[in-house]
Design a protein around this ligand. Structure first.
Ligand SMILES: [Zn+2]
Length: 178
């Protein structure tokens, strides 16, 4: 019998679950604010230097993704846009925009929870990271606490549907793909 090996779980550090739980706390803030619950933390040398949660609705800004906001706070914190050596933890696989921001910010590693089968930019629907034109080396680890990360998203869309009194899925919500 062949050994089953989960490639995505290579390079998992002991701290990955701990930091992903912090990202989940950020996602819960988004949930409470009526935003699609995605959360993110940026960690460097064992210190959380940036946090963010999805605020697209509140800021009325389609670029206000958790990762963009966390990268912004991390850069402000260390007063440097170069985030070499930093790891970004996010509950849902970064979209292509955020994967581009991760390259631009020179982060060293990305750890995500649930894959995004709709618009994942780190290998699930497109791969902005691997073999990127900037020749930046970014390690990607997926699937950390994936069930919890996806569960929060599913709970959110279920709540939205209930509040709308809409029992049928019209196929226009992101939840259709989650
Ligand atoms: Zn994004």
């Amino acid at each position: 019998m062949d050994e089953v090996k989960d490639i995505s779980l290579e390079n998992v550090s002991a701290d990955d679950e701990r930091y992903m739980r912090m990202a989940l706390r950020e996602a819960e803030k988004a949930f409470d604010e009526g935003e699609i619950p995605i959360g993110c933390v940026v960690v460097k040398d064992g210190v959380v230097i940036g946090r963010g949660h999805n605020q697209v609705e509140m800021l009325k800004d389609s670029t206000a993704h958790a990762e963009i906001l966390a990268i912004g706070t991390a850069s402000a914190k260390i007063e440097n846009w170069r985030l070499d050596g930093a790891t970004l933890y996010v509950t849902l696989e970064p979209c292509p925009m955020c994967a581009g921001a991760i390259l631009n910010g020179r982060l060293t590693r990305v750890v995500y929870g649930s894959p995004d089968t709709r618009f994942g930019g780190c290998g699930t629907t497109v791969d902005v990271i691997t073999g990127n034109a900037l020749k930046r080396e970014v390690r990607v680890t997926g699937g950390i606490l994936a069930d919890e990360c996806l569960g929060l998203l599913k709970a959110f869309f279920q709540k939205m549907r209930l509040e709308k009194g809409d029992s049928g899925n019209k196929g226009v919500e992101p939840s259709a793909q989650l």
